[in-house]
Design a protein around this ligand. Structure first.
Ligand SMILES: [Zn+2]
Ligand SMILES: [Zn+2]
Length: 387
């Protein structure tokens, strides 16, 4: 792609855009018509379709435009399964805009334990159990570390421990089972299947990022495949895990070091170290795409600005000419055998939670208040009291 072509890319939603940032929003020949924007609640998931939505496209510096790392996958199987990969700060606000049942969001796959990929685990565990995620635990998959305290199990147990007050405060009104985290920790260093249910298979593979213990994932369903790098430098295990081809590969991409430094406030030295030791430049992402040849490639975890985007596309375009989408929050991919369609969701900012069909009946019970409240509470008459 030349510079002049990249100039005609859509602008980000936060700058007034309404489209996915790509020159190729449709790849293949769709068997149905797609509305220009994805409107939550108005499009059924088709049998055998995958819908992949970026809940968090951004960075540790979470902003109103970019939540931290998270990708949602809705599966067109009989169960309409929902899986989420990473759960960075702010990503649940985007989930809440999608009109999806709260209690279906209970399968979380972490790529690694950087805080920008895990910040909303505490919200999902402690807070979503109060608004509909009421019928069972969170199931959490994640890698081991080189020692137990660096692994996902220790992370989850520590979250549960940190939520001791929250959990105790909910005892009685809230199903205690919904405040648990059930962890499946697997060996970070091996490529292998970590989940297989209802026709969905998830494979993890090691990636090169900051410290041992980071992984990426590949999801297979009905002859469709989605691969997700998590945070990584360009690496072979990802390429090998994508052998045979994938439909959609979402790979991290940081802006070039000079641009990153200017946009993030980091020094050029610090930006260069971060990029080399832990992340992927646009041209390195292009190299990976050239090796994998996905039907559509997505760039993600990119500090976005209208100035950065053409630079990313022009650096990438020098080494790769396949279809590429620069993802932003609420970029939606419809993945079918016939086509891949990339759009932006049009959402409301304030929606009530949809609890979903509860699988477990739990009867809330009132618990006795602390004794000292009797004197601390201001007496209210019948019109002022809430109960
Ligand atoms: Zn990271
Ligand atoms: Zn990250």
């Amino acid at each position: 792609m030349t510079n002049s072509e990249s100039m005609s890319l859509p602008v980000p939603v936060f700058a007034g855009g309404t489209k996915a940032i790509t020159m190729t929003p449709v790849v293949g020949t769709p068997r149905r018509e797609y509305a220009e924007m994805f409107i939550p609640g108005e499009e059924e998931l088709e049998d055998g379709e995958l819908r992949v939505t970026v809940l968090g496209s951004g960075n540790p510096w979470v902003t109103r435009a970019q939540a931290s790392a998270s990708i949602l996958v809705e599966v067109g199987n009989a169960e309409l399964d929902i899986l989420v990969f990473d759960l960075g700060s702010g990503s649940l606000a985007n989930y809440a805009s999608l009109k999806l049942p709260v209690n279906k969001l209970n399968k979380v796959f972490l790529t690694h334990l950087h805080a920008d990929h895990t910040g909303d685990v505490i919200t999902l565990s402690g807070s979503f159990s109060k608004v509909g995620r009421a019928d069972g635990p969170i199931y959490l998959w994640g890698p081991s570390g080189t020692e137990p305290r660096l692994g996902t199990r220790h992370f989850a147990e520590s979250i549960e421990e940190a939520l001791a007050w929250d959990t105790e405060a909910g005892r009685g009104p809230i199903n205690p089972d919904s405040m648990r985290i059930e962890t499946s920790e697997f060996d970070f260093s091996q490529t292998g299947v970590v989940y297989e249910e209802n026709g969905v298979k998830v494979t993890s593979f090691p990636v090169v990022h900051a410290l041992s213990g980071a992984v990426g994932y590949r999801l297979d369903f009905a002859d469709l495949s989605f691969a997700y790098s998590g945070d990584t430098c360009a690496c072979w295990p990802l390429v090998r895990a994508c052998e045979g081809g994938v439909d959609l590969l979402i790979h991290e991409c940081f802006p070039p070091a000079g641009v990153l430094a200017a946009a993030s406030g980091l020094s050029i030295e610090r930006a260069t170290i971060a990029l080399n030791a832990a992340h992927t430049s646009p041209s390195a992402a292009g190299k990976v795409f050239e090796l994998v040849k996905p039907r559509v490639a997505g760039l993600w975890h990119t500090l976005l600005s209208p100035q950065v985007i053409p630079l990313v596309f022009s650096e990438l375009g020098a080494v790769y000419d396949g279809p590429v989408v620069q993802t932003q929050d609420l970029t939606v991919f419809n993945v079918t055998k016939e086509a891949l369609v990339a759009r932006q969701a049009k959402v409301s900012d304030q929606l009530p939670p949809i609890p979903g069909e509860q699988r477990v009946a739990y009867t809330p019970v009132a618990t006795a208040p602390p004794h000292w409240w009797a004197e601390a509470r201001i007496p209210l008459d019948d019109t002022q009291a809430t109960a």
